[in-house]
Ligand binder design. Structure first.
Ligand SMILES: Cc1cc2nc3c(=O)[nH]c(=O)nc-3n(C[C@H](O)[C@H](O)[C@H](O)COP(=O)(O)OP(=O)(O)OC[C@H]3O[C@@H](n4cnc5c(N)ncnc54)[C@H](O)[C@@H]3O)c2cc1C
Length: 340
């Protein structure tokens, strides 16, 4: 019989669980029900009340809490995860991918003498556990089964619905852990403002800018400043995540007119990212295969292009608007009450 443990952590408030954690909880509940196995959930938080949102899961709740865990840090997080896995006597450990857990997951598996698989997108199987992940830039899907235990399974964010059960007063077991001495003191966080931070993995929509935004328009001129203003206005109004084609981000290196807020981190595609969003809107992009392969996990795909014969219209998008993206985004911004 497997013992399933889901590891979760609190967000920056210290008392609520991250969305990725709640997704992993859903995966754990489904897996435990399918295998008829007991489910435990481990919580790492500054404040033990973070576990209250899990009161209705029916799972056994283990908590490691305290000020030493308010900040992510390899030594303290790894010690906390190890203690939770041992307390739950876990054979299967589900961990949500994210900066905090991804850093320690392999180390925790090693400390437990177990094995680890990362980028898991789905768990299936009635008798045995089958974990799915993609290889070769999301072109090949593999199903992994293992007999070694504990098996640490790191789940990609955006692959499961977030757990939404009623909160209550959770009955938890506090796990004592002696945190190692630390050398770092966190004095504060310097982060870009939300509207400067353009890569937003939790956004419902992906907005992609293509090289067309910086090309000569029907009046024979380039309008890069105007393009930047419209795109920013749209992002501010919708909270969408900003992606780019390779051609557009490459232009910076060629000394051409570029959008100042785009970097290679925004690039979507074969040599870029493959994000997960419910919807995607591509603008001024041709829709070539090396770009579109990065859209594999986008639910509803739409594109705005002047070219009625572009790659998107040849079966790659659900809806293509053959139109001038400058005009369409200006109109949308007007309707959304955004500047730009
Ligand atoms: C090995 C390899 C890996 C690659 N990896 C990637 C990758 O990871 N990601 C990626 O993106 N590409 C990748 N590419 C490049 C890819 O093949 C394309 O060259 C690139 O995606 C084209 O970008 P684009 O569509 O923005 O630009 P273009 O091909 O220049 O298309 C611009 C489009 O904008 C339209 N347009 C212009 N003005 C307007 C307007 N006002 N309104 C609406 N539409 C307008 C034009 O009609 C045109 O269709 C890769 C290529 C190779 C060989």
């Amino acid at each position: 019989m497997e013992n399933i443990l889901v590891l979760t952590n609190a967000d920056e408030t210290g008392s609520a669980l991250t969305r990725a954690s709640l997704e992993a909880v859903t995966a754990g509940i489904d897996l435990a029900a399918r295998l008829g196995a007991p489910l435990s959930i481990g919580v790492i938080a500054r404040d033990a009340s973070a576990a209250n949102s899990l009161a209705a899961t029916g799972a056994k709740l283990f908590v490691v809490s305290g000020v030493g865990l308010a900040q992510p840090r390899y030594a303290t997080d790894a010690a906390a995860c190890e203690a939770l896995c041992r307390a739950a006597n876990a054979s299967i450990v589900l961990i949500p991918a994210g900066a905090r857990f991804s850093r320690v997951a392999a180390g925790v598996a090693h400390r437990l003498g177990g094995v680890i698989d990362t980028h898991i997108t789905a768990l299936s199987g009635e008798e045995k556990i089958e974990a799915t992940r993609w290889f070769y830039r999301q072109r090949v899907e593999a199903v992994i089964m293992r007999t070694t235990r504990p098996w640490v399974v790191v789940l990609d964010a955006g692959t499961h619905a977030a757990y939404e059960g009623a909160a209550g007063t959770a009955s938890v077991e506090q796990v004592a852990v002696e945190l190692p001495a630390t050398r770092t003191t966190v004095t504060g966080i310097h982060a870009p403002k939300q509207d400067e931070q353009t890569i937003r993995p939790d956004a419902r929509m992906l907005f992609v800018a293509g090289a067309g935004w910086t090309k000569k328009q029907p009046d024979g001129q380039v309008h890069t400043a105007e393009a930047a203003e419209r795109i920013r206005g749209f992002l501010r109004a919708t909270g969408a995540s900003l992606g780019s084609s390779k051609s557009l981000v490459d232009q910076g290196g060629e000394g051409q007119s570029v959008l100042p807020f785009l970097t290679h981190m925004n690039q979507i595609g074969q040599t870029g990212a493959t994000p997960r969003h419910a919807k995607g809107l591509s603008t001024c992009c041709h829709g070539e295969e090396p770009h579109v392969v990065g859209w594999r996990f986008i639910g509803d795909r739409r594109a705005i292009s002047l070219d009625p014969n572009c790659g998107w219209t040849r079966g790659k998008a659900d809806v293509v608007y053959v139109a001038d993206a400058f005009a369409v985004i200006a109109k949308l911004n007007e309707m959304l009450g955004a500047k730009g």
